[in-house]
Write a protein that binds this ligand. Structure first.
Ligand code: ZN
Length: 241
């Protein structure tokens, strides 16, 4: 049984609060082609330069739209504090949705290993930040992934990269959960995959019902995790804290 807490595994996981410096960091990384991953192999960012530049080109049009939104709200986009806001917001949005730039083959590249093990692999509590596609506000939380290998294993940091790839898009939690499970399935053809996502939705916290501490939990079970209640129960008991 290999059970790992992701935060122990990769202690330098960046925290993804928005700030201009991070957006700028993201951009300079793209320009210099510097690797963003901890593992060897090509970084996902540098292998998708064409898509990157085309998304970069969206910034002026998105900024113009944000400027318009400010006006429609009755704000003055020319007042000092708002002058650079449309461009900053546009860059932030491009960053929040950079998962569109990644493909599963880029993400798992060079990190599928032959390994004769049939012990369950679990990585718990991977940080996740996404945008609710219904309200365009954040939802964030933790993702736990388990799978039962049949000869192939995935580099552990790649599970976090898969989470990043699908969460950095406009999402609903149910689809995000299923897409992560299907990606692991596709990457290593395991006997089964289980994914549990626990998240807090700002569209619930900040509006409407205003349930500050409510968490939404979703799960996706494939293969033996779906068919065999014992395997599923073992996984669930290991990811439950
Ligand atoms: Zn929402």
């Amino acid at each position: 049984m290999s059970e790992l807490n992701y935060n122990q595994l990769v202690s330098s996981q960046p925290d993804y609060e928005t700030s201009d410096s991070e957006v700028e960091m993201y951009e300079s990384r793209k320009i210099s082609g510097e690797s963003t991953g901890k593992d060897s192999g090509l970084s996902d960012i540098e292998t998708s330069n064409n898509k990157q530049s085309s998304r970069e080109e969206m910034i002026p049009a998105i900024a113009a739209s944000y400027r318009n939104i400010l006006k429609q709200m009755g704000e003055d986009p020319n007042r000092e504090g708002l002058l650079d806001t449309p461009k900053r917001a546009a860059k932030a949005l491009i960053y929040f949705t950079h998962g569109y730039d990644l493909t599963i083959s880029q993400v798992v590249k060079n990190a599928v290993f032959n390994e004769q093990t049939d012990e369950m692999v679990i990585v718990k509590d991977i940080d996740m930040f996404s945008l609710c596609e219904h309200h365009l506000v954040p939802f964030m939380g933790k993702v736990s992934i388990g799978y039962l290998p049949t000869g192939k294993v995935l580099g552990l940091s790649k599970l976090a990269r898969i989470v990043e790839m699908y969460s950095r898009r406009l999402q609903v939690q149910e689809r995000l959960t299923r897409e992560i499970a299907e990606a692991v399935w596709e990457a290593v053809s395991p006997a089964g995959v289980g994914v549990v996502v626990e998240a807090c939705h700002m569209c619930m916290v900040m509006r409407g019902v205003q349930k500050i501490n409510s968490m939404t939990v979703t799960s996706s079970m494939l293969g033996v995790f779906r068919d065999d209640s014992k395997t599923r129960a073992e996984f669930m008991s290991l990811v439950r804290r």
